[in-house]
Design a protein around this ligand. Structure first.
Ligand SMILES: [Zn+2]
Length: 222
């Protein structure tokens, strides 16, 4: 960008830290120094998810990342996808390099997409794919809108809520191929597992998954 133009833009719309809103001195950065040093980076063995041979995640689902994800999902901050995609790309390169042939996502229902204006996992998958120099392709669609997983309680209810809600989309596109499936948050893994089962039954090869954040399990709590 032309530097004078950037200077004027910065004056009109001072760039803010996407996590805390503090005004940034350098508009090329996404985060202020304080947030950059306080990210809840995921540590420990990668989470195991049924039907997936590996998983990758840059963060735990904790502040300030959790708040940013909530704004991304419920307050129209779809522009966050680009930075989220950059963070996911780092963990995918590190943990899943060479394990997939194509990138796809866990789709949300049509009604929810219409209401929100976008499908958040689709945006993440596309941003991630762009970082990795490829494209994300649809492999699944939702047959019907179910209750949001965030409104269910307990593993059994979460599992029951997602059974049979996905179907394969154009399975000839991914037949025999290894798929990297993207979602925003991994909690019990019931949504990803249901999608994994659907892809496998439709003829996919091995599956791996990547999410932006993982909820910390009890034994991982500090
Ligand atoms: Zn900040």
């Amino acid at each position: 960008m032309n530097s004078v133009f950037r200077w004027v833009l910065d004056l009109l719309y001072p760039p803010k830290c996407m996590l805390c809103g503090r005004i940034l001195e350098d508009s090329r950065e996404a985060l202020c120094g304080r947030c950059g040093y306080n990210l809840p980076e995921y540590e420990g063995a990668p989470r195991q998810v049924l039907y997936f041979t590996r998983s990758a995640a840059p963060f735990f689902y904790e502040p300030p990342i959790r708040d940013a994800i909530l704004r991304f999902k419920f307050q129209g901050r779809e522009a966050y996808a680009a930075q989220f995609g950059r963070w996911m790309a780092v963990s995918v390169r590190d943990k899943l390099d060479g394990t997939y042939d194509l990138i796809s996502w866990v789709p949300c229902g049509k009604r929810r997409k219409r209401k929100r204006g976008y499908d958040q996992a689709e945006l993440l998958a596309k941003a991630l794919a762009k970082e990795l120099g490829t494209e994300a392709v649809r492999t699944l669609e939702k047959k019907r809108d179910n209750k949001a997983q965030s409104r269910t309680t307990g593993a059994a209810q979460r599992r029951a809520n997602v059974v049979g809600v996905y179907r394969a989309y154009k399975p000839e596109r991914f037949s025999g191929k290894r798929v990297l499936l993207v979602d925003d948050v991994l909690t019990t893994g019931s949504t990803l597992s249901e999608c994994g089962k659907t892809l496998k039954l439709a003829g996919s090869g091995d599956l791996v998954c990547a999410v932006l954040a993982v909820t910390r399990q009890d034994h991982e709590k500090p």
